[in-house]
Design a binder for this molecule. Structure first.
Ligand SMILES: Cc1ncc(COP(=O)(O)O)c(C=O)c1O
Length: 391
C-alpha cells in the first residue's frame, strides 16, 4: 500500500540500539539502559492517590474538556506565577495538552502549511523536525552546540531563508545538546521575533532541570514575549509523570485559541481523573521538581566524573537529564550508530546515537540519566573495560 506522510520517514535510529539491547538481555547480559529519555523516578504519591480516588467517581468517566478543566488551567497559571513570576490568564492563555509532543505537533498544523518554512535547531529532538514536516512545511536548520552562537546562526538562517519562516522552534535546556540559556538570550530572540513578526514556539520540557543553582528561564519572562511566543511546559520530567501525558501550552492567547480550536475537533482531552490528579499535584507537590532535579544532578556527577576519570573527556551539563558526549577521538571515525552498537555489545551500556537527532549529531552519543548512581558507576566500569583505546 502507498501511504501519505509516513512513507519517507527514515527508520527511527533508536530502534536499532533498542533491538541490540533486547537481544543482549535475552542472552542474559545485564544491559545498563541509558538510551531512551524515559524517567525512572516514581510519580509523586499525591498524584497516584488522587488518581485512584478520582477514578472511582463515575462522573469522571465521561468525556472531559479538550482545553483542560478550569482548575487544572488555574493550577498551571499558579505554577507559572510561583516558578517564573509570570502571569497567565487561565481562560485565554493556557491549554492542557496530551504531553508536550502532542501539543507541539498539532500546534504546527495551525501555524504551518505547504509552502511555509520553520526555523528548527540542529540537532533536535525528532518531533521538532518532524512536526513542521508533517504539517507540510519546510525546515531551515539553526546550528546548535559547542562553539556555535545560536542567536547569530538564527539571524543568518532567517536572512537566507525563502520563504521567510513563520515559526522559530526552540527548546532550552536543550535535548540532546544540553545547551542552556539565560533570560537575556530569551529577550534577544523575543525582540528579533517581534521585529520580524514571526512566532516562537519554546518547548520548555526541562524547565525544572537545572544544576548547580542554575534555574532555566521561561521565554514568557522576556518583555513582550506574549505578543509572539508560546511555551510548552510538561509534567513528564518535572514531576516524573511521563506516562500520564500531561503538559500545557501557555502564552499568546491567539495561538492558544488556535490550538484549542483544532483540538476541539481532534480530542476530548486527557482522561478526567488524570487531569484532577495533575491539578492536585501541581497545587500540593510544588517542590517535587527540586527533589527530582537533585537526583539527576547526582547522577550527572557520577557519570561525568566517571567518564572523565577513564579518559572520556567532557563538560558536565548545566541542565536536562542527559549527557551529550563527543565520541572519543580513537573511535570518532566509526560514527554514532556503530559506536553506540559497540557500547551495547562490548560494554552492555545502551546509549542513543547522536545521528538520531539529525546529521549534525553524528559525532556524539547521548546518555540519559535514567538509572541510579550504582548502575551508572557500573556502566563507567564496563566502559573502561570495553574502550581499550582510551588514553
Ligand atoms: C524537548 C522535549 N520535548 C518534549 C518531550 C516529551 O514531552 P511529553 O512527555 O510532555 O510529550 C521530550 C522528551 O524527551 C523532550 O526531550
Amino acid at each position: 500500500m502507498e501511504f501519505r506522510r509516513i512513507t519517507n520517514l527514515p527508520p527511527y535510529v533508536f530502534t536499532i540500539i533498542d533491538g541490540l539491547k533486547v537481544e543482549a538481555r535475552r542472552a542474559g547480559e545485564d544491559v545498563i539502559d541509558l538510551g531512551f529519555g524515559n524517567p525512572d523516578l516514581p510519580s509523586p504519591d499525591v498524584a497516584v492517590d488522587k488518581l485512584v480516588e478520582a477514578v472511582h467517581n463515575s462522573r469522571n468517566h465521561r468525556y472531559s474538556a479538550s482545553r483542560g478543566i478550569p482548575k487544572l488551567r488555574q493550577a498551571i497559571a499558579d505554577r507559572y506565577q510561583y516558578r517564573f513570576g509570570v502571569e497567565i490568564d487561565p481562560d485565554t492563555e493556557a491549554i492542557n495538552t496530551i504531553g508536550a509532543k502532542e501539543g507541539f505537533s498539532h500546534l504546527m498544523w495551525t501555524l504551518l502549511q505547504p509552502g511555509d518554512a520553520a526555523l528548527v535547531p540542529s540537532p533536535s529532538y525528532p518531533i521538532h523536525i518532524y512536526g513542521p514536516l508533517f504539517a507540510g512545511a519546510e525546515i531551515r536548520e539553526i546550528r546548535l552546540g559547542t562553539g556555535e552562537d545560536f542567536f547569530e546562526n538564527l539571524q543568518e538562517s532567517w536572512e537566507f531563508s525563502w520563504p521567510k519562516p513563520r515559526v522559530i522552534v526552540m527548546s532550552f535546556p536543550h535535548n540532546p545538546t544540553t545547551t542552556c540559556v539565560d533570560l537575556d538570550f530569551m529577550q534577544k530572540v523575543v525582540d528579533f521575533a517581534r521585529e520580524k513578526e514571526v512566532v516562537i514556539v519554546h518547548d520548555n520540557a526541562y524547565a525544572d532541570l537545572g544544576f548547580d543553582g542554575y534555574e532555566p528561564p521561561s521565554i514568557l519572562q522576556a518583555e513582550g514575549a506574549k505578543e509572539v511566543a508560546v511555551e510548552l511546559y510538561s509534567m513528564t520530567k518535572s514531576f516524573s509523570m511521563a506516562g500520564w501525558r500531561v503538559a500545557f501550552m501557555v502564552g499568546n492567547p491567539e495561538i492558544v485559541g488556535a490550538l484549542a480550536k483544532l483540538k476541539s475537533y481532534l480530542d476530548y482531552g486527557t482522561f478526567q481523573p488524570v487531569q484532577i490528579a495533575a491539578t492536585v499535584t501541581l497545587n500540593e507537590a510544588p517542590e517535587y521538581p527540586k527533589v527530582a532535579n537533585q537526583i539527576y544532578q547526582d547522577r550527572r556527577d557520577a557519570l561525568c566524573d566517571g567518564l572523565n576519570r577513564i579518559g572520556w573527556e567532557l563538560e558536565p551539563p548545566k541542565g536536562t537529564m542527559f549527557v551529550w558526549a563527543p565520541i572519543p577521538e580513537p573511535y570518532k571515525e566509526m560514527g554514532s550508530i556503530e559506536f553506540a552498537k559497540l557500547l551495547v555489545t562490548e560494554a552492555s551500556v545502551a546509549v542513543s546515537p547522536g545521528v538520531g537527532f539529525g546529521p549534525t549529531g553524528d559525532g556524539f552519543v547521548r546518555f540519559a540519566l535514567i538509572e541510579n548512581e550504582q548502575r551508572i558507576n557500573q556502566a563507567v566500569r564496563n566502559l573502561r573495560r570495553a574502550l581499550t583505546k582510551l588514553g
